[in-house]
Design a protein around this ligand. Structure first.
Ligand SMILES: Nc1ncnc2c1ncn2[C@@H]1O[C@H](COP(=O)(O)OP(=O)(O)O)[C@@H](O)[C@H]1O
Ligand SMILES: [Mg+2]
Length: 394
């Protein structure tokens, strides 16, 4: 595979892109600090590289808003523990719980409870779940939840990215994994194996791959000898790729799904930009309606993109956020999605027209322009949906 031919600089860029694109500000800081300590390539310009990157880091906001923060008191310790391109340690402190469906909230809460109060389980001859598999599409909060659980349990989170492991350390992969596991066993922690399916995807013709598979199996088999309270979490977007034998090693599988309307609504309501925009609840509800099929990460990216666009394209004299009409920007950026959303059924079109008319107070003509239908159609839709509403109400 071409990936194995990547040089250190390319790998560093990929790693940088990966962390940046998941909006993980802390991860990004950590990665940059690592590059300052150890530049990714042996170049004659290493001192200049270090100095420039250190200056960039110094100029970046210290209190970035990422929910992941390292405890400064602990920072010296984890850095020694594991710190290289494929694994890192964090002491996450999440101020807010992620947004979950009731079912998922239950699953996560009971995982945390098991580990917080293992005594009851132990008195029944049981022990807390040791290995948990998170499955679900990208951007639904699997990585975030690993942080959240570590934060709730006040345990260090040791993240090992198997996709980077498989592509970055050919020749030393097995040893690296071994080191991490040895170190993770020395203290209670949450060991997070991210992109777990990379294991299954990798071709067996490389001896390293076989070695990693063997080691991961050993890890899973020996979990009951781990420090009390430790938890292994593996996350995958492609659970079907995993071997049934590997599947069986996990005590629980937690399925993450794309958010339903209510979760999207909570997510959009809690968004900083939406809050700053003082967006009406009705407009927020409309956004939640039309963002069906989007992950929280996609919703967040869309809001950020729209806000960025609105800010840079507005009057250059603008000095504060308030003078950019973010509600308007978000609504007009939602137009294409709204048209797509209503295209599948007349009921949807009527539902959306109803929300806009009743709650945003737009006249029929404006709704028609926005949805790309005539105002007559909107009128009919509104009649139909208000009839429906009154039958529903009785
Ligand atoms: N359930 C959620 N609640 C709140 N924010 C979420 C949720 N899911 C995703 N996000 C946002 O999207 C970002 C990416 O999510 P992530 O946990 O990396 O997804 P995954 O690991 O499932 O691909 C998170 O950092 C967070 O900002
Ligand atoms: Mg993830």
């Amino acid at each position: 595979m071409a990936v194995t031919k990547l040089g250190a600089a390319e790998r560093a860029l990929i790693e940088l892109a990966r962390v940046a694109l998941t909006n993980d500000a802390d991860g990004l800081h950590q990665l940059c600090r690592r590059f300052v300590r150890r530049p990714p390539t042996e170049t004659s310009a290493a001192p200049e590289f270090k100095a420039e990157l250190a200056a960039v880091l110094a100029a970046s906001p210290k209190n970035h808003t990422s929910p992941l923060r390292n405890d400064p008191a602990q920072e010296a310790r984890p850095a020694e523990l594991v710190d290289n391109e494929v694994s890192w340690v964090q002491y996450p402190q999440l101020e807010r719980a992620p947004i979950y469906s009731a079912e998922l909230a239950d699953a996560v809460a009971s995982l945390v409870n098991e580990h917080e109060t293992p005594e009851r389980l132990i008195s029944f001859g049981l022990s807390p779940s040791r290995a948990v598999l998170f499955t679900g599409p990208p951007g639904v909060g699997k990585t975030l939840t690993a942080s959240y659980i570590a934060s709730q349990l006040k345990l260090p989170l040791i993240t090992l990215n198997l996709a980077s492991l498989m592509s970055s350390f050919m020749g030393r992969t097995g040893q690296n994994l071994q080191d991490i596991v040895t170190k993770a066993r020395q203290q209670p922690c949450v060991l997070f194996l991210d992109e777990f399916d990379a294991l299954a995807k990798s071709r067996d013709d490389n001896s390293d791959v076989g070695e990693v598979k063997r080691l991961v199996n050993v890890v899973l088999q020996q979990l009951d000898q781990w420090p009390h309270g430790s938890l292994l979490i593996a996350a995958t977007n492609h659970p079907k790729l995993l071997d049934p034998a590997v599947h069986r090693r996990f005590d629980i599988t937690v399925k993450f799904k794309l958010p339903e309307y209510d979760e999207r609504l909570s997510y959009i309501r809690g968004n900083q930009i939406v809050r700053q925009a003082n967006m009406s609840d009705e407009a927020t509800r409309m956004l939640a309606l039309i963002s069906e099929g989007w992950s929280p990460a996609e919703i967040q990216n869309w809001i950020n993109r729209t806000a960025r666009h609105a800010i840079v394209n507005s009057d250059a004299k603008i000095i504060d956020h308030d003078s950019v009409d973010m509600t308007d920007a978000l609504l007009s950026s939602a137009k294409a999605q709204a048209r797509l959303w209503i295209s599948s059924s007349m009921e949807r079109r009527a539902e959306l027209a109803h929300i806009i008319a009743v709650e945003l107070g737009w006249p029929q003509r404006r709704i028609g322009d926005w949805l790309g239908v005539s105002h007559v159609t909107v009128g009919k839709d509104l009649n139909r949906s208000s009839n429906n509403q009154s039958t529903r109400g009785t």
